[in-house]
Ligand binder design. Structure first.
Ligand SMILES: Nc1nc2c(ncn2[C@@H]2O[C@H](COP(=O)(O)OP(=O)(O)OP(=O)(O)O)[C@@H](O)[C@H]2O)c(=O)[nH]1
Ligand SMILES: [Mg+2]
Length: 317
């Protein structure tokens, strides 16, 4: 899956990750030997535990791009046990940093974990247990077993990681309305800004300080009419606004495109939000408070847009 421009664009905030946990080390069969003591007890130790593959929310991880580039991750195997009661070393865990709001799904779409909050962890592949050595297998009946157990294999498989942004306010609007420009102006975020549609392919998060309050804003990819049926970037956008408590419409007051104006753009986006509600079920988007941002009013055609004096002027004009 790669980021690209145009209607074939895909998000890199959805990746299939192939994980392999470490296998447990084998147990050891060994008999203690000492001069003049030919039948010492069993002293073969257990193998070490295989390493886990763990996902951990880390605020330094902004995207899943890293796992798009290297989708195969493996933890180390446990070491074999040895004679003289020397237990095999455990295989090291592999901790993979993921952004806040990463959802972990099985290959067939079942949600396994929803990772929200710095430091939240999920063991995505568990390492195998080390095999028992013959010392641990000794019993009253069999004082010195001549065998040991093999280590267990670690978990292995594919999981799907999806990023669902966690932001208080989500900016919604047509492509090129100026959502990324707005978040760049409000916060320290430095998103890509350009005058072609679908510049933003992965969401940008910004932290906005206003007096004593701090809130987060998500700049998400542009929406177009029919997005709920898959046009443009379609439903991909949905998961980024799903968790936001407030939606802010960014309206382009100076679009040169024929047939578009701020009011009809607003209505198109509202219709899309309602269409998404059927998909979201019990967490409707259309119930959430909305803000409206009139953008590009510095452009002469925008500032003087003749019909803009509120929704009621529309029927009159
Ligand atoms: N004149 C003017 N231009 C603006 C304003 N805000 C944004 N622009 C320009 O509009 C174009 C699109 O801006 P972006 O911020 O990339 O728009 P976007 O909504 O993030 O677009 P997508 O990511 O494609 O959905 C850029 O060329 C910006 O420089 C504004 O207030 N006034
Ligand atoms: Mg943008």
């Amino acid at each position: 899956m790669a980021a690209g421009a145009g209607s074939g664009a895909q998000f890199v905030d959805r990746v299939v990750l192939h994980v392999v946990a470490g296998a447990g080390g084998n147990g050891c069969a060994s008999i203690h030997r000492e001069k003049f003591k030919p039948l010492g007890g069993p002293d073969g130790a257990n193998g070490g535990r295989g390493g886990d593959v763990i996902l951990e929310v880390d605020s330094n991880a902004a995207s899943l791009l890293e796992y798009h580039r290297r989708p195969h991750r493996k933890a180390r195997n446990g070491k074999q046990g040895q004679g003289g009661h020397r237990t095999g070393a455990d295989g090291g865990d592999v901790v993979l940093p993921v952004p806040d709001g990463t959802v972990v799904k099985s290959a067939d779409g079942e949600v396994l974990a929803d990772l929200v909050g710095e430091g939240t962890r999920y063991v995505v592949a568990k390492g195998g247990r080390g095999g028992l050595g013959n010392a641990a297998l000794a019993s009253a009946k069999r004082k010195a077993p001549g065998f040991a157990l093999l280590g267990e294999p670690g978990d292995e498989g594919d999981v799907v990681l999806e990023l669902k942004s966690v932001a208080d306010v989500a900016l919604v609007g047509f492509p090129s309305a100026g959502k990324s420009s707005l978040i760049a102006a409000l916060s320290a975020a430095k998103p890509k800004i350009a005058d072609y549609p679908f510049t933003t392919l992965v969401p940008n998060l910004g932290v906005v300080g206003a007096g004593d309050t701090t809130f987060t804003v998500a700049d998400v990819p542009g929406l177009i009419e029919g997005a709920s049926e898959g046009r443009g970037l379609g439903l991909e956008f949905l998961r980024h606004i799903e968790r936001s408590s407030t939606l802010a419409h960014v309206l382009d007051c100076a679009t040169p495109e024929p047939g578009r104006d701020p009011l009809s753009d607003f209505e198109v986006i509202e219709r899309e939000l309602q269409a998404y509600d059927r998909i979201l079920g019990d967490r409707p988007l259309s119930d959430r408070p909305r803000l409206v941002v009139l953008n590009k009013v510095d452009v002469p055609t925008g500032a003087s847009w003749p019909r803009w004096s509120g929704p009621s002027s529309r029927s009159a004009g």
